[in-house]
Design a protein around this ligand. Structure first.
Ligand SMILES: [Cu+2]
Length: 123
């Protein structure tokens, strides 16, 4: 009887616990997810619109990493923190859920150097 109760309890714990995933690092190009999905833009200037990607992320469009194999990984982090770097090489470390990545650390390559991006206050 006691064994049964333990079994039920651990089953509940498993069902109620958060899904744990080991952190991974995804590297590619930082893109504006909407302009990429609608028009295929991977740079910051879109058509005649200069710095369109920056404007889109500043207004809340999710940033995403486009990897070499053309997989789009949506970055779960404030888009405003990433806005200035659309079109640059980016490296995101965090838990991957599907193809979305819960960013813990973001680095961008600027002038040949990798630098950390501040994501702002975490929850
Ligand atoms: Cu755009």
């Amino acid at each position: 009887m006691k064994g049964m109760a333990t079994l039920v309890l651990s089953g509940l714990l498993l069902a109620g616990g958060a899904v744990y995933a080991a952190p991974v690092t995804v590297q590619g190009t930082l893109v504006d997810s909407v302009c990429y999905l609608q028009h295929g833009y991977t740079t910051n200037d879109h058509g005649g619109m200069k710095d369109c990607g920056t404007m889109c992320l500043k207004s809340g469009t999710p940033g995403a990493v486009l990897t070499k194999d053309k997989t789009l990984h949506v970055i779960i982090a404030p888009s405003t923190a990433l806005a200035d770097y659309v079109g640059l090489p980016i490296r995101v470390t965090g838990e991957e859920h599907g193809t979305s990545i819960l960013a813990q650390k973001v680095q961008v390559e600027k002038d040949g150097k990798w630098m950390d991006i501040k994501l702002g206050a975490s929850m």
